[in-house]
Design a protein around this ligand. Structure first.
Ligand SMILES: [Zn+2]
Length: 246
């Protein structure tokens, strides 16, 4: 099983509070998904809702899932206590549900910053699954799988070569060498899909040369790669509903 997941947030990981990439890539992305019959899960940073509502409505209309990616993407979610986590995630859930008339059952914490309160907080708000970790031996911010207590299903982002999170940029660079997993979870951000020209343009808006080089390095169009590796994609909510993860 494969699931394409999109961390739907402001430009450059929420570092710049504009929705340029979201506006540029949402409709081409929806066309690609439709072309290959894929259904994806969009983890939406709720601070974007006011400026992206027409795009979000199109995503819902096309039958994709909307999950929560928190409200304020800048917060370090692994430093929040249970009450603060509940406040932040609840405001995200309610904003998304009210704006779109949907029910939000899935969560991915910003920057994979899960802590020992995350599962309890999600459970108290009726979430049905979490996708806030990565199956990797890499140290640092991905190293949070110790905060899983089995209170609700956790569906980690997959890896390639047992190291690199299966983001579309890495798949484009290294090939689709996925490590075995029950569910192959691929992830991307809207800005991963910008053209080279648009990425270069963004450089003038304060991105370091090293980060830029990573985003410019590509051997194929990210959307074409996604169509190839994600063609059987189902939403995480539907995979959980089938009891395929535990
Ligand atoms: Zn994010």
């Amino acid at each position: 099983m494969t699931s394409i997941t999109v961390d739907y947030e402001f430009d450059w990981g929420g570092r710049i509070k504009t929705a340029h990439a979201i506006e540029r890539v949402t409709f081409p992305l929806l066309e690609s998904l439709e072309k290959v019959g894929a259904k994806a899960t969009f983890f939406v940073s709720a601070e974007t809702v006011a400026s992206t509502k027409p795009m979000l409505e199109a995503i819902v209309k096309a039958g994709h899932e909307i999950g929560s990616h928190g409200f304020n993407h800048d917060l370090k979610y692994d430093t929040l206590n249970k009450e603060a986590l509940i406040e932040e995630i609840h405001s995200s859930k309610v904003t998304l549900e009210d704006a779109l008339g949907i029910s939000v059952v899935g969560f991915r914490t910003p920057q994979f910053r899960k802590n020992r309160f995350t599962e309890e907080a999600l459970l108290s708000m009726g979430f049905e699954y979490d996708s806030s970790s990565v199956n990797t031996s890499l140290k640092g911010r991905y190293e949070h799988r110790q905060h899983e207590f089995g209170l609700l299903p956790e569906i980690p982002v997959s890896t390639i070569y047992n190291r690199f999170p299966a983001g579309i940029k890495w798949i484009n660079l290294l090939g689709a060498a996925f490590d075995p997993a029950e569910v192959r979870v691929i992830y991307l951000h809207p800005f991963d899909l910008l053209s080279m020209t648009e990425t270069l343009f963004s450089y003038r808006r304060g991105i370091s040369p090293l980060v830029l080089a990573f985003y410019l390095a590509r051997f194929a169009s990210p959307l074409k790669t996604l169509e190839k590796v994600g063609k059987d994609s189902m939403t995480l909510a539907s995979i959980v509903a089938q009891g395929k993860v535990g």
